[in-house]
Design a binder for this molecule. Structure first.
Ligand SMILES: Nc1nc2c(ncn2[C@@H]2O[C@H](COP(=O)(O)OP(=O)(O)OP(=O)(O)O)[C@@H](O)[C@H]2O)c(=O)[nH]1
Ligand SMILES: [Mg+2]
Length: 330
C-alpha cells in the first residue's frame, strides 16, 4: 500500500478503511429504473408526494457561491511544476458524466457551456455517447483554471462489452492518449495510443464516479457494474487515489427537489439514495454530493451552481492532496 494518504477517509465495505483513498466521479446505474426498489414504500407517503424532512439532514450554506468560486479560481496546486491536475469521471452510460463537466464550466463562466458532447435524445441508450478519451479544461471568464476533467465512455452492465475496468485504471495511470477510442478490448502496450512512461500531467489524481439518482438500484445487471467498480477500486485504492461520488439527476428523482432545488437536504428520497450508494459502494456520505446538472436551461442559476461547485471543490481538494504524494501509480 502507498505510504502517502490524503486526509479523506474512505472505506469500502469489503476492504479495510485505511486502504480506501480514492476520488472517483462515477456515473452508474441503469437508465429507466425509476424507483429504488424495496425502500420505495418507506420513502413515499401514501398520497404519492415525496417526504419532506423538517430539519435539513446536511448543513449547507446556500450563500457560499462566491467563496467557493474564489477559492477555486485562486487554487494553487501542490506540485508547482504542473499547470493543471487531471481528474477522471467514470460511470454508467447516460448517468450525466459529460453534463457534469459542462455544468462545472457553466458555473465558472456564468453561461451554459456545452464543450463535452451530451446525448440530447434522453433515450435509454445501451451504448455510450462518449466513445473517446476527451480532456476538458475548466475555464472561467478569464481563461484556464488549473483543472482538467477527462471524460470516458460509460460502463456497461454486461461483463464483456463497453469500457473495461482495466482501461479506467490505465487512464488514471496516464497510459492512454487523448482521443483514444475505447473498445471492449482493453488497451495494451502495443497500441499506438499507449503511453509507456506517463508524466505526472498525463495521470489523474481523482476518480469521480457519476451516479444517476433516478436509477440507484442494484439488481443483477447492476451487480455486474458493481463488480467492474470493485475491480477498478481494488487497483487504485492501494495507490491512494481519492474517490468521490456525484449523484446526478436529483431533479428527476424527487418531485420536492424538482420544484425547489434548495429542498435537496430536506428530501428523504435523496438522503436514502445517498445512503444506499454509500453502503453498496463503500464511499462515506461526506464524499457523496448530490447535483442537478444543467441539461435544458439557457441560463445558469445560483442554486444549481452551488451544488456543482461544492462537489467540484471536494474533488479538487482530494486530488490536490494526492498529487502532493507524487505519481498516481505507486
Ligand atoms: N434532468 C436531468 N437530466 C440530466 C442531468 N444530467 C444529465 N442529464 C441528461 O441525461 C442525458 C445523458 O447525459 P450525458 O451527460 O450525455 O451522460 P453521459 O454519462 O456522458 O453518457 P455517455 O457518454 O453515453 O456514457 C442527457 O440527455 C442529459 O441532458 C440532470 O442532472 N438532470
Ligand atoms: Mg458522455
Amino acid at each position: 500500500m502507498s505510504s502517502c494518504h490524503t486526509s479523506f477517509p474512505i472505506s469500502f465495505s469489503d476492504e479495510p478503511a485505511e486502504d480506501q483513498l480514492c476520488v472517483l466521479i462515477l456515473a452508474t446505474f441503469i437508465r429507466g429504473k425509476k424507483e429504488m426498489g424495496s425502500s420505495k414504500s418507506k420513502q413515499t407517503p401514501t398520497d404519492g408526494s415525496p417526504t419532506k424532512l423538517d430539519k435539513p439532514w446536511r448543513n449547507f450554506d446556500w450563500k457560499q457561491n462566491n467563496r467557493l468560486k474564489e477559492r477555486l479560481e485562486n487554487f494553487h496546486l501542490s506540485n508547482p511544476d504542473l499547470t493543471h491536475v487531471k481528474l477522471l469521471v467514470a460511470g454508467q452510460i447516460g448517468a450525466g458524466k459529460s453534463s457534469f463537466i459542462n455544468s462545472v464550466n457553466s458555473a465558472f463562466q456564468g453561461e451554459i457551456v456545452c464543450d463535452a458532447q451530451v446525448d440530447a435524445s434522453q433515450s435509454a441508450a445501451s451504448y455510450s455517447f462518449t466513445k473517446k478519451l476527451e480532456g476538458h479544461h475548466i475555464k472561467n471568464a478569464h481563461g484556464d483554471l488549473p483543472f482538467e476533467i477527462c471524460d470516458v465512455m460509460g460502463l456497461e452492465p454486461e461483463e464483456l462489452s463497453g469500457l473495461q475496468p482495466d482501461d479506467v485504471v490505465k487512464t488514471i495511470h496516464g497510459h492512454v492518449k487523448k482521443r483514444y477510442k475505447f473498445s471492449e478490448n482493453p488497451i495494451t502496450s502495443e497500441n499506438e495510443s499507449y503511453i509507456e512512461t506517463p508524466s505526472l500531467s498525463d495521470q489523474a489524481f481523482c476518480l469521480v464516479y457519476v451516479i444517476d439518482a433516478n436509477t440507484v438500484q442494484f439488481d443483477s445487471a447492476d451487480k455486474t457494474l458493481l463488480k467492474k467498480l470493485k475491480l477498478i477500486r481494488k487497483k487504485i485504492t492501494d495507490e491512494g487515489i481519492p474517490q468521490v461520488i456525484v449523484l446526478t439527476k436529483v431533479d428527476e428523482a424527487c418531485k420536492l427537489v424538482k420544484n425547489d432545488l434548495k429542498q435537496i437536504y430536506h428530501s428523504k428520497t435523496i438522503k436514502e439514495k445517498m445512503e444506499f450508494c454509500s453502503v453498496e459502494i463503500g464511499v462515506p456520505m461526506t464524499m457523496i454530493f448530490p447535483v442537478k446538472n444543467y441539461h435544458d436551461e439557457v441560463d445558469t442559476n445560483d442554486d444549481v451552481d452551488i451544488l456543482i461547485l461544492k462537489a467540484f471543490y471536494q474533488i479538487v481538494r482530494s486530488a490536490n492532496a494526492r498529487l502532493s504524494c507524487g505519481s498516481s501509480q505507486k
